[in-house]
Design a protein around this ligand. Structure first.
Ligand SMILES: Cc1ncc(COP(=O)(O)O)c(C=O)c1O
Length: 379
């Protein structure tokens, strides 16, 4: 018998779309991929070289469960340089992506029935992971007509004796919003448990600035990784920064469930953080160009976009004009217009009737995708 835990976990719809798209491609179709949040810029050459060197040098054994000290120190330097926060490397845990890191964080924080406050819309996997561990989601509903701004004033109404954590993600997937500094300060002052701050899109901001939660409180877990900013999705490298008192429990979870992240990939991570960083600025300039183009074309085609997203590489566009069942619409657009987009429902009920478009694809491909959508939807 399959466990009810496994029965109840929803599929990650963007992966369903991606896999369906790949099947069409195997059958000879040409698909424009705007569904997946995967940078088209690969890792810089010096990162590839560092991984190859590490492999040649035999850096292929288990490492400390928290990761090699060189990488943990580089992560601490990164947080000091960017946010002026001093962190001891003992508080850093390296993992094979931030996704397994989420499992560890929720695992050390949550008992069955504990509540986690998170936005709706939200990154699809958060509630799947913590519900698997017995946690319960409490949704802070955001409004499309307000451009999905973070409604910090509504958090109080969701607090209960069972509240264990507030989970934030800024810049956010799927909305592209960046939480204001004052709102982070308000959250940090709050009388609730811990803040879990997913900072994986830091570095990809087009207006304003993203702040780390660690600038305002130490009662926080930070999730971050190399997938987005360094174009290292398939390398699987991420990390967590945890409060002091969680070091030992995190070690036990890491040791038992993961042992360690890939050794040679960790050396690539050291290179990524300590090597030249100018490629990031160049990518941001390019993403910004794509962002503005995509927003303009989506509006021309008839999608609704309230206030414009200013971070990450997504546009969550109102597609009600074309259908209110986003799952059906996304599969229809894939099959008929040969364009991959992610159904809003993947990100919660407040994104139903929306589609998420990723601009982590080249401008020419985005242009082609928009032309196909225009022909299909207006044809
Ligand atoms: C908000 C957010 N957090 C975490 C992840 C997972 O990243 P990783 O590749 O580090 O597991 C993603 C991937 O899309 C994401 O959008």
């Amino acid at each position: 018998m399959i466990s009810s835990r496994a029965e109840n976990i929803p599929s990650f719809l963007v992966m369903d779309i991606l896999e369906a798209a790949q099947e069409l491609e195997r059958a000879g179709e040409d698909i424009v991929h705007l569904e997946i949040g995967e940078p088209d810029f690969g890792a810089p050459e010096y990162v590839v070289e560092a991984a190859a060197r590490a492999l040649r040098e035999g850096k292929t054994r288990y490492t400390h469960c928290q990761g090699i000290i060189e990488l943990r120190e580089a992560i601490c330097d990164h947080y000091f340089k960017n946010y002026n926060v001093a962190i001891n490397p003992d508080r850093v845990f390296v993992n094979s992506g931030s996704s397994p890191a989420m499992f560890s964080v929720f695992g050390v924080l949550l008992d069955p029935g504990d509540e986690v406050i998170l936005t709706n819309p939200h990154y699809a996997c958060y509630p799947s992971i913590f519900s698997f561990l017995g946690g319960r989601p409490m949704y802070l509903n955001l409004r499309g007509e307000e451009g999905f701004r973070y409604r910090v004033e509504d958090v109080k109404g969701l607090l209960t004796p069972k509240t264990k954590a507030i989970l934030i993600n800024s810049p956010a997937n799927p909305t592209g919003i960046v939480i204001k500094k004052e709102d982070l300060e308000t959250l940090a002052r709050g009388e609730h448990g811990f803040i879990i701050s997913d900072e994986i899109y830091h570095g990809l901001v087009y207006e304003g600035q993203a702040h780390s939660i660690l600038e305002f409180t130490d009662r926080a877990f930070v999730l971050n990784g190399f997938s987005k900013v360094y174009g290292m999705t398939g390398w699987r490298l991420g990390y967590t920064i945890v409060p002091q008192e969680f070091i030992r429990p995190m070690q036990k979870v890491q040791q038992n469930f993961f042992i360690s992240a890939n050794a040679f990939v960790q050396w690539a991570g050291v290179a990524a953080l300590t090597g030249p960083q100018d490629h990031i600025g160049q990518h941001v300039t390019e993403y910004d160009k794509r962002r503005r183009f995509l927003i303009q074309r989506l509006r021309e085609i008839g999608f609704g976009i309230g206030s414009e997203p200013t971070g990450a590489f997504y546009v969550l566009a109102d597609a009600h004009r074309f259908g209110s069942d986003s799952h059906k619409l996304a599969f229809e657009l894939l099959g008929r217009a040969k364009v991959g987009a992610t159904p809003g429902i993947d990100f919660g009920s407040k994104a139903e009737g929306f589609l998420r478009f990723s601009y982590s694809n080249a401008l020419d491909n985005i242009a082609e995708g928009m032309d196909r959508l225009e022909r299909y939807l207006q044809g």
